[in-house]
Design a protein around this ligand. Structure first.
Ligand code: COA
Length: 332
């Protein structure tokens, strides 16, 4: 009988651009305070890319960091999946640009657009390609340059987002290893009205009017996004646990999308997970959209909160609305 091929993460690395934007600097740009941002969202500072630095550049740096930590031959990469909502351009895809910049000769790839669930959805897709038995090495990347679509006069938005990327390598697990165990995911398009970037697509192509009306910026109804995220993250994490006959107490490490500290801690509380098992780095990076989960995996490793054999829960809610939760057994 042929065994099930599981996928496992064999390496993770992140990259953030060097320039830091602190709350103190934001206080000079918009009507806000460090206290408000720390209390309502939990962010102290975020990294912002310089002009001309795009999602593919952050992605390439993340892959270079991955290679430095876990050496592998780039030419053995079968597939590149990039989660992003800030691609360098409408097309070619960021995956094509990453392939070219890294000089990987015989591979293919594509982008996944799922807002803040972009990395999780890319991971789900990459996992299926390993599980099929067809591929041995899939690079899964989350990369976003949110500053490229942020209105730095809108205090409800500009304090939240940052730029960053992360990359993981997916490979087949050994016999007996769990690797990536299961996932649940859902889209509910009714949420599109609460978080979106209206300009630049086929509905509202760029024009003087779209620029004047600020349609190339993030539009967010924070309250509605917040309410949905708190409810949905709990629902998705509970759903994947129940499906696998597990409870929050079985989880060793909870790595959630970093959108608001309160969303993460509310979910952990609902699942009965103590805070020491919860990874939080939003204070240093803000919401980097598809970059958050691999950056948080890196933080978990640095803080020694993640080790071989740990049961890990990943979860995200994002624009769309999109949501998902993934269970895996950490493999190194
Ligand atoms: N500094 C100071 N005050 C601010 C502010 C800022 N940066 N941004 C908004 N406010 C004000 C509002 O204008 C409002 O003032 P008012 O009562 O006089 O009208 C007040 O603070 C409360 O606004 P509200 O929107 O109710 O605040 P909130 O507690 O919901 O926090 C967010 C706002 C955006 C931080 C919060 O809604 C949030 O995190 N939403 C989810 C965002 C998210 O996760 N996005 C990505 C999804 S993946």
């Amino acid at each position: 009988m042929s065994r099930r091929i599981a996928a496992k993460i064999t390496g993770v690395a992140g990259y953030v651009p060097p320039r830091v934007l602190t709350n103190a600097e934001l206080e000079k740009m918009v009507d806000t305070t460090n206290e408000w941002i720390m209390e309502r969202v939990g962010i102290r500072e975020r990294h912002i890319a310089d002009k001309g630095v795009a999602a593919s550049d952050l992605a390439v740096e993340a892959v270079k960091n991955l290679q430095a930590k876990h050496p592998f031959d780039l030419q053995t990469v079968d597939l590149i999946v990039v989660g992003t909502v800030t691609p360098d351009m409408m097309y070619p895809s960021t995956a094509c640009l990453v392939q070219h910049k890294l000089g990987i000769e015989n591979t293919w790839g594509f982008d996944v657009s799922a807002g803040c669930s972009g990395f999780l959805y890319s991971l789900n897709v990459g996992t299926k390609f390993i599980e099929s038995g067809q591929y041995k090495r899939v690079l899964v990347i989350g990369s976003d340059v949110n500053s490229s679509m942020t209105d730095f006069t809108d205090r409800a938005v500009c304090i939240i987002f940052g730029d960053g990327a992360g990359a993981v390598m997916l490979e087949p697990a050994q016999e007996g290893e769990d690797g990536i165990i299961d996932h649940v995911a859902q889209v509910e398009g009714i949420g599109g009205q609460y978080l979106y970037m209206p300009g630049g697509g086929s509905l509202h192509p760029a024009s003087h009017e779209t620029v004047e009306k600020k349609m190339h910026y993030i539009h967010q109804d924070g309250k509605n996004v917040f309410k949905y995220a708190v409810k949905k993250m709990a629902e998705m994490t509970e759903r994947v646990l129940e499906k696998n006959k597990l409870t929050g107490q079985d989880v060793d490490c909870f790595i959630a999308h970093q959108a608001n500290r309160r969303i993460i801690t509310a979910t952990a509380e609902r699942l009965g997970m103590p805070l020491e098992k919860v990874i939080i780095n939003i204070d240093r990076f803000g919401n980097t959209t598809a970059g958050t989960i691999p950056l948080a995996m890196q933080t978990a490793l640095e803080e020694k909160k993640l080790k071989e054999g740990d049961l890990v829960m990943l979860a995200a809610v994002g624009a769309g609305f999109t949501s998902g939760a993934t269970l895996l057994r950490w493999a190194y």
